[in-house]
Design a protein around this ligand. Sequence first.
Ligand code: ADP
Ligand code: MG
Length: 729
Amino acid sequence: MAASGLDAKLSSVLGGRTATVLEKAFGLRTVADLLSHYPRRYARRGELTVLSQLPIDENVTIVAEVREVRERSMKARKGSIVEVKISDGLGYLTLTFFNQRWRADQLKPGMRGIFAGKVTDYRGSLQLAHPDYTLFGDDEDGPERPDRSAEEWAKKPIPIYPATASMASWQIQKSIEIALDGLGAVDDPVPDAVRRERRVIGFAAALDGIHRPERDADWRKAQDALRFQEAFVLQAALLQQRAQNRSAPAIPRVPAPGGYLERFEKHLPFTLTADQELVGDEIATDLARTAPMNRLVQGEVGSGKTLVALRAMLAVADSGGQAALLAPTEVLAAQHLRSIARVLGPDLSAQLMPVLITGQLPLAQRKRALLRAASGQARIVVGTHALLSDTVGFYDLGLVVIDEQHRFGVDQREALRQKGTAPHLLVLTATPIPRTVAMTVFGDLDISTIRELPAGRQGIESFVVPLVEHPSWVNRVWVRMSEEIAKGRQAFVVCPAIEPGATEPGASESGDGDAVPEASSGPPAPPANVLELTAELRRHPSLASARIEPLHGRMSSDEKDAVMRAFAAGDIDVIVATTVIEVGVDVPNASTMVVMDADRFGVSQLHQLRGRVGRGNVPGLCLLVTRSEDGSLARERVDAVAATLDGFELAQVDLELRREGDVLGSSQAGGRSQLRLLRVIRDGDVIEEARGLASEVLDADPALTEHPALAEAIARRLDESTRTFLAKA
Ligand code: ADP
Ligand code: MG
């Protein structure tokens, strides 16, 4: 057979049947895909798997020894059963085969092998359902091979692959062997010089070492090399993207003397914080360039990011251009428009004509807004994802601002950018991101950070209200809230659901499936849904005179808007809401945030929610009500949020408590979540080093003409992420 390359289809290398199974089970299509299906771990023939630690109801692959084989006739109907006990030397697991007498001839006590199947607990004894196995000595790799001692054979690592019921680990291993044997010369995406500097083995050797190691050192070296390669290709891709973003000629946007920006700043009722000044300068420098700005501004909730963005919009307006602000929800978009109009004051508003474009806008209003955007009359256009629609056009879009980035994917960012000629881009996020994560997720952006909060903030006190230990404390929550209202302040109560059993889409980002089980024993828990809790609070004796209103995603945007307006005007005391209020809602008089079933929310989400209070000069109070058990992971998250107000510290905790996939988030399309050996948390130093080396290579050879293998690896990545993206869409 002719040697095949990395891009060869698996069907041509393995045959259609196997290729189909591999694609169905793991999405593998090419030789490159298959060879990057790395072993999950390595077993040894000489080391049996500890059976007592096997997870029930999961597919496992284990090394064990056959101890006992019994064959008997079935009682109720015709046929036979072969029962095989396998052991790790301590415990036992039973394999059962119906009407397969020949198993008894194949499986003999004393034999060792790899067994796969789903672990079940049948009347107190462990079983392997749908068992499948391969016995040691079955292959030509047996202990009798003359060049190897029995000891070496026992120690040789056996790769154990992520497997499914349709494809056992050793079947995957066989396919990989075939692919490796047929593989022609592979070019290394990592240039020789870089590999020497980093002291990693070559690509071909690494593929061999990870899939068929002779000893542990082999796969360790291979993992090291492939992990570095992954970081290197990823950073090269991001840096190239970054260079591309900057290559289109942009119009410099410089504030005019005596222009909008200057007039705005003259009337600003407060002084900017030092960080706001600093970040403002960075942005002004970017805007004055002929290459488009690509900047992320991260800063605590309430640190004044929106204001920084508004100053950038005014600089663009001064140069005759328009700015678009993309917000994640209707409520937020409407609020942005209101607060922009407010801080601009009547004169500037009349001249800049900020408009709102959302999906739920009445037709006439929408038409008018579209016209103002297209004609260039509106210098500031605020909207939801409706802004991305083809019907929205601009006269001269000079700046795209994306608020709360984690709600939008890279592709959406790009879609909006297409509406101008190389507009400048500013992304705002209140979720602080550790440096190496930022390099991975936002590697094509420059990063500015606002750490300082405006002076005069009174701080927020946070408490966990643990209902498992203290069921009666929920009453104290409502009494405490009523005391705040009596002082003339306002409160939010956030629930994970709108009504019993109906969770708001996107309400829980904790994503680890350990949500609270339906109320167990003990006193009845308070309802944790908007509709029931609103009713209950309206009946509560200490809240008799409070004005309480619900707010959730099933209300029309007019209704939501009316509630938010009334709340901002002080005509509502308590809003009982889903996470529609999560981001950006700004009512300085709100002092109290109560979160029901707080453990259902992620760490950063809780931090965001808490940021809705303590924004003015009244101190904030945050009460995190939970039914999770002390010591559980769910409770740990809630405790962590109560323990600190530092968003950067929480981001770190969040990373440690979450799984990797959740960190990068599937919405960060661009496929950056499909990391294999690389872990953004653990491998920060690898990522930094790879970025440095990749940037040296790209500086010397921006088009990668000297490094075709790297260019191909980048293309392969992009292709794969497009596929993942399309599969999700
Ligand atoms: P973010 O978008 O970072 O959450 P905002 O820009 O919405 O923060 O600002 C939060 C509140 O603080 C707003 O009411 C804003 O007007 C106010 N604010 C912004 N900068 C300052 C400042 N330097 N001094 C006082 N108040 C400020
Ligand atoms: Mg904001």
